[in-house]
Design a protein around this ligand. Sequence first.
Ligand code: GLN
Ligand code: ZN
Length: 784
Amino acid sequence: MVLATNLGFPRIGLKRELKSALEAYWSGKQPIENLLHTAKDLRARHWRLQKDAGIDHIPSNDFSLYDHVLDTILLTGAIPAAYGTKADLHAYFAMARGHQIACCGHAHTKSDQSSDVPALEMTKWYDTNYHYIVPVFEADQNFRLAATKPVDEFLEAKALGIVTRPVLLGPVSFLTLGKRRDHGAALDLLPRLLPVYVELLEKLGAAGAEWVQIDEPVLVLDADPATQEALRQAYATLSRVAKRPKIMLASYFGSLCPNASVGFNLPVEALHIDLARAPEQLDDALAAIGNKTILSLGLIDGRNIWRADLDKALTAAQKAVKALGNDRVWVGPSCSLLFSPIDLAGETKLDDELKSWLAFAVQKLGEVGTIAKALRGEKGDTDKALVEARAAQATRRASKRIHNPAVRSRIKALTPKDAERGKAYTERRVEQAKRLDLPGLPTTTIGSFPQTADVRVARADWRKGAMSDAAYQSFLEEQTRQAIKWQEEIGLDVLVHGEFERNDMVEYFGEQLQGFAFTSNGWVQSYGSRCVKPPVIFGDVTRKAPMTVGWTRFAQSLTSQPVKGMLTGPVTILQWSFVRDDQPRATTCREIALAIRDEVVDLESAGIAIIQIDEPAIREGLPLVKSARGDYLNWAVECFRLSSSGVRDETQIHTHMCYSEFNDIIDAISKMDADVISIETARSAMELLDAFVSFKYPNEIGPGVYDIHSPRVPSVEEMKNLIQSAAKLLPVGHLWVNPDCGLKTRAWPETKSALVNMVQAARELRAQFKLATGKAKLKESKAA
Ligand code: GLN
Ligand code: ZN
């Protein structure tokens, strides 16, 4: 019989109960018991809900108080010495937390330096926006089964009458997600780690688990002989465990085909493949899978919010049933539903038509149930569900809200010239210097100033209707006025308006663009208790009206210094949204790029001489497999250029990226051809500039001279040292002086002190390097 299966459920709770409970515990407002109680309630609620949806294999141990990789660190006793030897919640949260970094509400790779015991580093889970805690192993790492969470949660569900399938992070993926302190190969530790998994499988078997799900997303990465050998070794060992549960090995986020030779032949009882991401692998799987292995079909997209085309899913499933028989086919979501919001029923503001096109975790489980029932020939309301799904597909396809012929023809008419500035950078540099007349080592900031409690309260009041439009407007004007006045006083060269009117760098733009919708409760875990509520891009994107011109023009009217226009770039807007699945991502990105381009051109017409287009997410979009990266980088760069190329040569385009790994994409970064790029470098003491040096980055660059993630105020000397080390690597005439990122999460006192020091550092070095002003820089350019 075809079974319905699920790989994992969101943990945070429909009302973000886990978030509240965690934060109440961390702040000391609630004892640990309350947190554990909430966690238990959530697990029970989610198990029952899956049962009601008709799911036959319900996962357990997919729940986590913070992160499932961190759970595995604790489980296997891989706790670094700094956190003690006890595998308890104290060590757990010590590894997870520390000073939390949030420069823009979205998480970036972080390592913490400001608390007594620093948190472990955090980074993105494959190509998702979920962040995991990075394990750190010693060369002689000892592993032990240090906790019993998978067994406990299995028994907890069993006590509720639900026999679950515990989920484990596979040993090979676990090791490759971590790093060794001595930089040795983490996979060499496999023989030390495997006994822990052996013991755990024995324990799960003894507790009565019939199945266990072992996740090995490494299966979809580029083929690597060491990883493949590790997979062979691991599953040979695990399959030999006596009295173990049957193993379902789960691959997701891509095609298993790069590792087909091992993947399809491992000695496991079931194999899961992601058919939402890689539908083409079904044929390979059917041909290659062992003659007893069950094939679990990941038919429902766990990474997006669209209602599925059930007919298409059914066709694929029927093909599998024909090839393998009823007993060897399962149907489920492509991956864990962790990446999807919980329940569409929580959306009260979305209109019915739009809602009929969407499916969140609960609805996705319903779809899985429907497919399973249809395959089993169960009538009931299956037919009705199929008819409804079909109707939703049809109205969506035909909807006028989605298709905008003007956008279509504009995209069609694009030529390569549209993605090119007028002149080459070296010539633009001369014209910009003439117009701007900036000193050498010009100082600026990245855009936002502190979003103080006052600012947040005013926005909340205004949204509630408790503050009038006029009062809110004049409140923001006053904030902006003060910010401009203060920047002038301390002598910054290029000013910003402060972004007081913005909540989030994507939401602010999405709310003003056609083709975007916003959920009221569509939260998705980003890391720990942090959640994001990505906008939904459902239709062709256009700009209804200028979005930032008013505020930028207002700020510019207050000063004779240049004020930078501040925009979020197309790739970042795409990357931090749920994107439509009925056209290529590249097409949607081009549409956004054109909307931003219109804004850039309008800013220029309003007299703005410098426009910054932030692209902090460009690296995040990089596909997992190398063969797909070139294509992505091509369209991502093209989109940035489309957004930035509508202006005259004398208008200076900046971009900003707040991450640090540039080595493998530096070529693409330089092709973006921004006149100035600001990047994060302070925390690594400029080490990160290496990529720009060996590559000979041609344009101007502002390596961040202080870390905005900490309230610490760096001294003048410290920043001078950083600028000097940058000046050893890059021509000093090409350097800008700025912080690492926006200042919205900081308070004013430290912001003021740090920027005063920063301006002082730039002034002293200007004198030391005998740097000229913009007009004199011109001569220097001509000489070069
Ligand atoms: N301009 C934005 C700000 O200053 C940039 C944020 C970011 O790059 N993450 O907040
Ligand atoms: Zn940033």
